[in-house]
Design a protein around this ligand. Sequence first.
Ligand code: SF4
Length: 297
Amino acid sequence: MSSTEPGDYQPLRPQPGALGEIFAPVAGFGVTLSSMFRPTVTEQYPRKKEPTQRRFHGRHQLNRYADGLEKCIGCELCAWACPADAIYVEGASNADLPENAGRQVKADDSGGAHMSPGERYGRVYQINYLRCIFCGLCIEACPTRALTMTNDFELAGNSRAGMIYEKQDLLAPLSEGMLAAPHPMVEGTTDTDYYSGDVLGPTAAQVAWVREARPDDETLDAAEAVVSGTAPAPTPRKHELRPDEGPGAAERSAGAAAVGSVRDDAGSTTGARSTSEPGSVGESDLTGLPSRTEVTA
Ligand code: SF4
């Protein structure tokens, strides 16, 4: 067994010579002096908010289809995928909505009220931002692309309870022309048609249903303008299937062009499958972010 003698030590780096020894105490100032003439990198936050990187993982958003129905189906896969146990979801049946009381509503019944296409919707949705580590695994788990992440990083709060965001805090605001849920699905469609991106806006039957059920609904007039063709269809939301993807791609592409849909790559945050997905309000640029108040409204 060998032992190392003090005299055997060999430094790995070359040692300074006599001149280097003399200037060694002030050598560190060279870094300071050279930094003095570089441009400042101080962010003037919060007076000036710089956009984040496009794939920044910020506050979550629950997205909608173009006719206003919610994409979340309350499957709880995001909650199961969360490594920090930060998400709580309770699903419920669309047939159990108060608007359907006394009616026999099936999953594909276009006459029944729906919060989301298909059988179920997310009745309760909470994210505890004291626990969330913004890993994005929930986004990957979501089968309907209901859940995405914005680049809103201003998530401070005054209380622990206030850091638990409820569904109304996370739900994407209705775009101009969307019809507020609940209302029937587009007639003759299934939830698969919604997932495939075949629904590009509200229909006359949906508007008529809401006008009868909620004549004072504030979204009626804008939706009616879309149906009559006097207003463009609602801007497709981020993380929907692109018009050049999936079944019926050619028709969707033509339909999207006809209504002047805006689709770009801005603000994608969900890894490989979202590299070319359309942008939407508040997801592409920090300066355009809706505040929490706006989202809640
Ligand atoms: S956000 Fe997606 S994964 Fe989570 S419950 Fe809704 S549909 Fe399921």
